[in-house]
Design a binder for this molecule. Structure first.
Ligand SMILES: [Zn+2]
Length: 430
């Protein structure tokens, strides 16, 4: 048997261990928000990776958004040096999961196994990917103990809420500089035969229209901010949405519907605040003097963020020109620039060749409609050689009865291990 065959066989033989590891991770409920049990899961990973010969660091993102003594943002970074000088391959997984929601038929934190799948919140997004990367690294170390360079595995907080107490914090402290790490694989659930090169950009903003409060029986004495917002919506329907649909991208975004600019209206609030459900009184009659809308604009690598902002201002200015008394404010809430790793980047090539070897067909190249922690590695860490690759079906993320397929995890772990073989033991390739 050559090294590649030994490696894939070694991973297949670790099937039970991979399943048990995934179950253990699911059984630590790391709900975010508020960010529970981060320390517990880091301690668990610490014990596991120490046994595999890693040097580990537990790092609390003190002072980061979301960090508090009640809900500390713990992260783990583990590194195992090889026998000689070489490059470092880093697997980064987020340890947090989103809320459970309704509609489950299994225990969301039970890690139940049935019909070749492990079930639970976070099974595919992304504790299955984390487990696959750990087993891939452990098998690689067992089969190729004389590798050169280094392997790193990190478990990081808060990806689901922006990653500021996780990857962004670590990147700001030099953990993802090109001097320390040369290749990054993020095992997000993008499907076992697809390589995700990056993501679209995000611009969130709040638009506020202004009016004047008055008695609801005499609305002519006031100025209704909700009607002004209605005019904004009409202008968006007439000019903005059709224009966005025309902006197509060369980025291979999946699903197909996201291969263009999009805008979601996240919320609109105008007038009196809603009362609690147990309030039995009636509203009072007032003309709303404020209306606020939160927009979520997703933009393309071909678009400049300044143009994205100017386009929204143009909508508002168009309304102003046609509408006496119209006044507004606009405030940026959040921004992420689009990112896309080049197809000829070394980590892309290594994973693509490994996919071909395991599946006997070419990998698909995709771009994610939404962002993930690659944004921080790219912008703060300055590291371009980064992809997302991992087991699990993206559509199952955040849904009830989330699961990850066991065969998918095995095959993804084989791809990851073969990529390690190419990047850390080049002479070991057949
Ligand atoms: Zn995720």
């Amino acid at each position: 048997m050559d090294l590649q065959q030994r490696l894939t066989a070694e991973i297949a033989a670790r099937r039970d261990d991979l399943v048990a590891l995934t179950q253990d991770l699911i059984r630590i409920p790391t709900l975010n928000p508020p960010g529970e049990n981060y320390r517990e899961i880091c301690d668990y990973l610490d014990r596991r990776l120490l046994r595999a010969g890693f040097h580990t660091e537990l790092i609390r993102a003190r002072g980061a958004v979301g960090d508090s003594d009640k809900h500390p943002r713990w992260n783990i970074v583990a590194r195992r040096e090889g026998q000689g000088a070489g490059e470092c391959v880093h697997f980064n997984s987020h340890i947090d999961v989103v809320e459970v929601g309704h509609g489950w038929t299994v225990d969301p934190f039970g890690g139940e196994v049935k019909e070749g799948r492990v079930y639970g919140r976070g099974a595919c997004d992304m504790k299955g990917g984390l487990a696959a990367s750990i087993v891939a690294a452990e098998a690689f170390i067992a089969v190729c103990p004389d590798y050169s360079g280094a392997i790193e595995i990190s478990g990081t907080a808060d990806e689901e809420s922006g990653g500021f107490g996780g990857v962004a914090y670590l990147a700001g402290r030099g953990y993802f500089t090109p001097e320390r790490v040369q290749h990054v694989i993020i095992p997000e659930p993008l499907n076992k035969d697809r390589i995700c090169l990056g993501h679209r950009g995000v611009w969130w903003a709040e638009i506020e229209t202004k009016g004047e409060i008055a008695h609801g029986s005499m609305p002519f004495l006031g100025d209704c901010a909700v009607r002004h917002m209605g005019a904004v919506l009409r202008e968006m329907e007439d000019s903005l949405f059709p224009a966005l649909a025309q902006k197509r991208t060369d980025m291979p975004v999946v699903p197909e519907g996201a291969r263009q600019s999009t805008l979601n209206i996240n919320s609109i609030h105008g007038g009196e605040a809603e009362q609690d459900a147990d309030y039995t009184g009636l509203p009072s009659p007032c003309v709303p003097d404020r209306c606020r809308m939160v927009i979520d604009r997703r933009f393309l690598i071909e678009e400049d963020i300044a143009d994205v902002q100017a386009e929204i201002r143009e909508v508002l200015e168009t309304v102003r020109r046609g509408r006496p008394g119209f006044d507004y404010d606009i405030r940026e809430l959040h921004r992420v620039l689009p990112t896309m790793t080049e197809k000829d980047a070394p980590v892309v090539g290594a994973v693509a060749r490994a996919v071909r070897q395991v599946f006997g067909r070419e990998a698909d190249y995709v771009v994610s409609p939404g962002t993930y922690d690659q944004k921080h590695i790219d912008r703060i860490g300055r590291l371009k050689n980064c992809i997302a690759y991992g087991p699990g079906i993206l559509d199952l993320a955040h849904k009830p009865d989330e699961y990850v397929g066991i065969d998918d995890m095995i095959q993804s772990a084989q791809v990851m291990a073969l990529a390690l073989l190419e990047l850390l033991l080049p002479e070991g390739r057949a």
